[in-house]
Design a protein around this ligand. Sequence first.
Ligand SMILES: [Zn+2]
Length: 398
Amino acid sequence: MIDRKMYVRICAGLLSVLMSGCSQAFIGAGGFFSNLGGGLNSIGTCLSPLAPVDLNAVFTKAPSVEWADGSAEITDAPQDEVAAFLGEQIGKDIQPADYLALRFYRLGPLTRGEIIQIETLSDVMDRVCLYDADFAFIPAGSVRDFDGRRRTLQIPIARDTAAAYLRIDLEFLSERNEPIGRLTRIGNTPPPAPRPQTVVLHFGGQAEVTFRNGLLLPAEIGAIDDPAVRDAAAEQFRAVYAPFDMTVLTDSDPLPTGPFSVVYIGPTDLPSFNYGLSEIGDSRNAYQDDVAVVDSNQLALELAVVLGRETYGRALGMIAAHEMGHLLGLEHVSNPDALMTGAQCQGAGVDIERMLARQLKKAPLTLASADLQEWFVGYQDPVPYLLEILGPSVPQPQ
Ligand SMILES: [Zn+2]
């Protein structure tokens, strides 16, 4: 189990690292069957519905950036109104350093075809989120994701928006009021073409699985030999991503020739509070060769085991689909019926069919969770996003 100190630390990580996949999963207060984490959760005793707290009013407190010739600098200066609002809403539950490290900026209207380039000028700038006028999240990412290669982000604007809002998560609190980032508007650029994705669901066991971001110690993944479990998992996974241009293979198929991601599925030696782990949310699927892990060796999956091999396989497939969402740039949302739920206990209880019915749907974007409470800022709408970056499914010749 996880002790209180660890619990708080991980929650704090949710705010400051924000949505780095399911490595931030943690355990709630409801005993071992309320294991929390990526994909599947709330199996067990927690039945109390939980209403996430809407923090969207924070956007009205955001100062405007000053554009000059299509360029603007932003600083890490304290934002008193933002801090006061967040402090009032979440300050009693989370350490102040976490919400004080958030900055919001209003960018004004943006036009379809523009690209917003964000260049980091300081190591204090960690994560960037862009929202449109309806507070829908336009996936941006981290300026230091994976191995620190990225110092610049380019965010294509797919739709006109009357206003846009930038959220910056600071790595640490410096408040020197120095420039931390430069924004540049690059006009009239054709949007990047969708890039299909290939993924291999790997059931055959693998030693020494690591992530490039270093967040996974070399893990040992055991094999799943039962063909009924493997087939059910692959079928469930394929159903989730059927609308998109994604090729889903298993380790029984020949290795693809182009780049591909791998989701290892099997019993692991990972700490017991994770269902699945993925590399840091891969915004706009910048990397087509990521790795995720689904741990089949979870106490909370015992219910699925009791319900039969097919249900167990489907549950594994759903967790794999959730982790794949992270590898494509999706983040946690506050809706227990959404595939990307990072929810702890939202009344799903023991209803495993409800969990297996989770869908890619528009839902509030989770900012942080603590003590069975969740706060959200903006919304994530995964279907148009995945169509934009992957393209629609291509009918296969019969
Ligand atoms: Zn997750």
